[in-house]
Each structure stands twice: as C-alpha cells, then as structure tokens.
Ligand binder design. Structure first.
Ligand SMILES: Cc1cc2nc3c(=O)[nH]c(=O)nc-3n(C[C@H](O)[C@H](O)[C@H](O)COP(=O)(O)OP(=O)(O)OC[C@H]3O[C@@H](n4cnc5c(N)ncnc54)[C@H](O)[C@@H]3O)c2cc1C
Length: 326
C-alpha cells in the first residue's frame, strides 16, 4: 500500500541499510517520521500538506535555526539501530532527551566482540586538550598494546564462557567484560535533540570513536531533512558563538559603515585581550575560532560501504559463546 506520509527519496534509499563503523560496529536508519516540510508545517501550524516552494521552506527553516526557535524541529523523529563499544555507549547515553532500548545481557548471551583501535587512532594523551589524544600515532607501541588487549580479552571471554557454561546467571557472567565489548541498541531521537548530539559529538574535539558514529548519523540526517541539516551546518556546526569580550575585541577591528562592514586599522594585542576580560584559555579559543577553518567534510554517506542487516546479524551470532550453540 502506498503511504500518504511525507517521505524523502534520499532517506528511503538508505532505510534498513547497515553502515559499518569502527571494526565491528554499525549504524542503520531503521525509520523516520517527517522531513523539512513537517518542521515548516509545525512552525506555521498549517492545515494539510502544503504547496510551498522549496525556497520558502528553506528561508523559514534557516530563520528558525538562527533564532533558536527549536520546537518545530521536535516534530521530526529518527530511529537508529547501532552496535557500539560500551565506552562509546557510556558517552552516548548522556544525551537523555532520546529513547533507547539496549540488547539485554541479562536475558541473552553477549557476542564476544571487542573494539581494537587502528594504528592511526593510537595516540598519546594530548598536551593542550587534556581530555583527548594528540600528536603522531604511537606506531611502535601499537602491536604490543594489541597483544595485551587480546590476552586480557581472551581471559575475560573465557571467564564469561566458563560461567555461562555452568549455568551462572548471565547478569553475573558479564560483570568483567571490558568496556571495549560491543553492545547494541535501538535509539530514537527528535531532530532538535539530534542536532545537539551532533554538535558536540561530530565536533573534532569529540572522542574519535563516538565522532565516527556521529558522522554517519549526520550523513543519514542529511538525507532525511536536507534543509534543516544545511542550516545546522551553517549556523551551528561551522558557525560559532561569541562572548561579549570576543565581540568587543572584534569591534576594534571591524566597524559598520554604509550598510556594510569596514576594516579598522590596527591589531588587538594579547594584553588588550586580557584587558577586555579574556582569560588565556579564552584567548586561545578565540584564536582557534577565527584561525582554524573547519574541515569541509560533507557528511555524504558511502553507499558502497553499506551492508544488509544479515551481514552483521551473522557476525554477532558467530561471536556468541560456543556454549549457547551446543
Ligand atoms: C566535550 C565533552 C565533555 C564531557 N565530559 C563529561 C564528563 O566528564 N562527565 C560527564 O558526566 N559528562 C560529560 N559530558 C556530557 C555532557 O555533560 C552532557 O551530559 C551531554 O553533552 C548531553 O548534553 P545535554 O545534557 O544537554 O543533553 P540531553 O541529556 O539530551 O538533554 C537535552 C536538554 O534537555 C534539558 N535537560 C535534560 N535533562 C535535564 C535535567 N535533568 N534537568 C534540566 N534540564 C535537563 C537540558 O536543556 C539539556 O540541554 C561531556 C560532553 C562533552 C561534549
């Protein structure tokens, strides 16, 4: 039966396809409700399906996002199926304004799949951003680290198998599985809260392992609501907010004249920035905001990487402890 619901051909094309992320993870767009037109319809509280031109819809959506009129975007929802390491899940669940149902390790046997960082992602503790990593990959230590991870995981997996093999409750058998173990969930979120998730998790400062998931989700969203996505990129993801001190500093260099902008001669020294109330850290952040142009990623999905659900279902099934298959 044909649907009368608003759908988007680009989103329909990827519905139910599974996109690999990290070594054993995936994201799939399971379902969605609404698109850009629904944001507009909700904002105008209008009757029925409209015949407005795309340019009008775009203008309204951009206006709403610029002025943080966000409730119309709560009318669009997206539902995902994801497989992700537990340490990524722990960051992800902090986004409380969403619904999720996780694979039950109390009821089902857990697939013993563990995340191993690629050599490129294996870096030292960052010197400046103290909660991240940075610098050249630690090429020499990678092989040793992998060997150590593997031996630890072998022990943890054997212990899990031993316990479930003796019919110990699964809720107890799992307690020493490492944070690298993959879990799965269904996750549903509205467009407004998804933008917040993407703003912080697709950001270059986010941990690499959650950022790669966020980027795939961003690519999916681009297909569901392309005009809203474009506005988010322009005003939030590649845009920025400025504090009073930062604005005062910029006003010393740029003025308003004749309906346009006018450059003012001179420079604002670090001492003047300090006098304007900016701490050393704020100065660094201001310089980064202006100096570092965001990389120009387009978030387009690589459709050739997509797999059918069965591909991952088989991998998960094969990783469930042998005791279950006797
Ligand atoms: C760089 C970075 C570092 C972080 N470090 C840590 C860390 O060290 N430890 C840690 O625990 N978390 C950390 N977080 C998580 C962070 O503090 C937020 O919990 C997370 O980004 C989710 O944001 P949120 O609460 O706005 O989103 P959601 O939970 O999705 O909430 C959405 C919005 O709903 C409202 N809301 C939701 N729940 C409540 C509530 N109970 N009361 C009032 N308003 C509510 C708020 O307006 C909120 O912005 C970090 C996040 C980032 C990006």
């Amino acid at each position: 039966m044909e649907t009368r619901r608003p759908t988007n051909p680009a989103a329909e094309e990827i519905l139910g396809l599974y996109f690999p992320v990290l070594d054993h993870g995936f994201v799939s767009l399971v379902d969605y409700m609404g698109s850009d037109e629904d944001v507009e319809r909700a904002a105008r509280v209008s009757y029925g399906y409209g015949t407005r031109r795309t340019s009008e819809t775009r203008g309204l959506i951009r206006y709403l996002r610029r002025h943080r009129h966000t409730t119309p975007s709560e009318m669009v929802e997206l539902k995902f199926h994801c497989a992700l390491p537990i340490f990524v899940a722990r960051q992800w669940v902090r986004h409380r304004a969403a619904n999720l149902n996780e694979y039950s390790g109390r009821y089902s046997l857990l697939p013993l799949l563990f995340y191993t960082p690629e050599p490129d992602a294996f870096q030292a503790q960052a010197k400046t951003n103290r909660q991240g990593r940075g610098g050249a990959p630690l090429a020499e230590a990678h092989a040793d680290a992998v060997a150590r991870w593997e031996s630890l995981r072998r022990l943890a997996a054997e212990q899990y198998e031993w316990l479930v093999g003796r019919d110990v409750a699964r809720e107890l058998a799992r307690i020493d599985l490492p944070l690298s173990t993959y879990t799965q969930w269904y996750w549903k979120i509205d467009l407004h809260n998804l933008f917040h998730f993407l703003t912080v998790r697709a950001d270059p400062h986010a941990q690499h392992e959650i950022r790669v998931f966020a980027r795939v989700i961003a690519g999916m969203l681009k297909r569901v609501a392309p005009l809203s996505f474009e506005a988010w990129v322009d005003y939030e993801f590649r845009g920025t907010h400025l504090s009073r001190g930062e604005l005062d500093a910029l006003r010393r260099l740029v003025g308003v004249a004749g309906g346009g902008l006018e450059a003012r001669p001179g420079r604002v020294t670090p001492e003047e920035l300090a006098r304007l109330g900016l701490s050393k850290r704020e100065v660094d952040e201001l310089l980064a905001k202006i100096g570092d142009a965001r990389d120009d990623e387009d978030f387009d999905l690589d459709l050739t990487a997509a797999r059918p659900a069965e591909h991952f279902a088989r991998e998960m099934e094969a990783a469930v402890p042998r005791v279950d298959r006797r």
